[in-house]
Design a protein. Structure first.
Ligand code: SAH
Ligand code: SF4
Ligand code: F3S
Length: 438
């Protein structure tokens, strides 16, 4: 029984890492299984970004302990949490049944650690504290045939005061353009239509490594690769979003007209405490520039509610920006203190009810705006990249527009095909329609 099951927490970078781990296991002769009960190897790829991610992992690990007693499977844990010393110490003390443990900087060592565990019968743990160059050429066992993640850089030098990522992913380092372009060409030859370029802060691509090529240069080169239809990227930091990038987005036909630009807070005072290095005025001027150059742009964002010291006025500033920009959607989070970050030491003086009330108000306001933005598309024709049957209703197909709206539609377009869809109903978080026959 050579089977594996991977559980992935966190962001797309972790998803991409899990695809690489799946490839390594496939190369070793293991097959994927949907059910952890029938897995010989269980991999848990963790995320540290908020406390509930930690809690979910430890809860699940406790459950897996019992499952391991029944099935005898091996348990491997990896990902961002393993870059935190206190987490590794906790696993060694309270979860000694974990067989293999490694971090974000040495995922390529997984096969070696696994065979070490199998040969010796003893747990194999290895974490590197700082990352070197990003490993090239591991390949990925992709979850989707029509779209692929391509990690172009890793790590972060920004140290936003609330964020654990610079500690778990290390300093910023970028892959050389040649390796990235080669990978994307191979993916295009393999029929992949949409490339999602990943990095914690793609706008500073190559800067820390002293590359001549900037992120806009890279986008232009990828845009010239034949066969692909769409290029997406995330995440952009407002302090580094350049006029050149806006220009490249406008000029490159395959680059999707969608920008995810995390706001975090609308209050300049809180932004400064967050160490974001931009203020409300700068953020709004960027939005103005991009809307002027690319009127059809889809805008999404991340917002944190309840940062230490956030006053009612600060929160109102966030609401004001949300109402001014009118994002198509927003990922909203309640501040979660992360051990080792600066903000974890700030005085945390807000009560849960206040935070919850603000959070709800923000959600409701954003929901109305999302609904209104979508309603403007009623009876319009949009082009989608089909992604296969809809998760909520398998009689319909699902797809995304260039500006990242989800469209559930009646039609025949298969995953990976482009389809023209007439929008017949609109909701806050998706659109409905009927495919137009040519
Ligand atoms: N590199 C990206 C993503 C970072 S994590 C960026 O800079 O935007 C994704 C989102 O999680 C962040 O944008 C932020 O909104 C949220 N987040 C990060 N740390 C958090 C914390 N300690 N508490 C609550 N939300 C947090
Ligand atoms: Fe975290 Fe800030 Fe870096 Fe994003 S830019 S990963 S929020 S430190
Ligand atoms: Fe989580 Fe690590 Fe991504 S902390 S959000 S999995 S970079």
């Amino acid at each position: 029984m050579r089977t594996y099951h991977i559980i992935t927490y966190g962001c797309q970078m972790n998803e991409n890492d899990s695809e690489k781990l799946a490839k390594m296991l496939t190369d070793l002769g293991y097959e994927a299984t949907q059910d952890p009960r029938s897995a010989a190897i269980l991999v848990m790829n963790t995320c540290s970004v908020r406390e509930n991610a930690d809690d979910k992992f430890f809860g699940n690990l406790g459950y897996m302990k019992n499952l391991k007693k029944e099935t005898g499977m091996l348990i491997a844990v990896c990902g961002c949490m393993m870059q935190q010393e206190h987490i590794v110490a906790k696993i060694m003390k309270n979860y000694p049944f974990v067989d293999v443990l490694f971090g974000t900087h040495n995922i390529e060592e997984f096969p070696a650690l696994l065979s070490q565990r199998l040969a010796s019968g003893k747990a194999a743990y290895k974490v590197k504290t700082e990352g070197g160059a990003i490993a090239e050429g591991i390949g990925a066992k992709r979850r989707y045939a029509y779209k692929a993640y391509v990690t172009i850089m890793q790590g972060c030098n920004n140290f936003c005061s609330y964020c654990i990522v610079p500690y778990t992913r290390g300093r910023e380092r970028s892959r050389k353009a040649t390796g990235i372009l080669q990978e994307i060409k191979a993916l295009a030859d393999d029929g992949v239509k949409e490339m999602m370029l990943l990095g914690q802060n793609v706008n500073s691509y190559g800067i820390a490594d002293g590359f001549k090529e900037t992120f806009p240069d890279l986008l232009r080169q990828i845009n010239d690769i034949e066969g692909i239809k769409r290029i997406r990227f995330m995440t952009s930091h407002p302090k580094d979003l350049s006029a050149e990038l806006i220009e490249a987005m406008a000029e490159c036909d395959k680059v999707c007209k969608h920008l995810h630009l995390p706001l975090q807070s609308g209050s300049s005072r809180i932004l400064s405490l967050m160490n974001r290095r931009y203020d409300q005025a700068h953020y709004l001027s960027l939005i103005e520039q991009i809307k002027t150059r690319i009127p059809a742009i889809g805008l999404t964002t991340d917002i944190i509610v309840g940062f230490p010291g956030e006053s009612e006025e600060d929160f109102e500033e966030t609401m004001n920006v949300v109402k001014t920009v009118r994002f198509d959607s927003a990922y909203t989070f309640i501040f979660s203190p992360r051990k080792g970050t600066k903000a974890a030491r700030y005085v945390y003086d807000l009560d849960k009810d206040t935070i919850q009330r603000r959070f709800q108000r923000l959600l409701e306001t954003q929901k109305v705006i999302s609904g209104e933005n979508n309603a403007a598309l009623l009876n319009k024709e949009v082009e989608v990249l089909a992604e296969g049957p809809s998760k909520s209703d398998i009689t319909r197909q699902s797809g995304r527009t260039d500006d990242n709206r989800i469209v559930n539609f009646v039609g025949e377009a298969k995953a990976g095909e482009m389809a023209k869809v007439l929008i017949t109903h609109t909701k806050s978080f998706y659109l409905e329609g009927v495919e137009k026959k040519h």
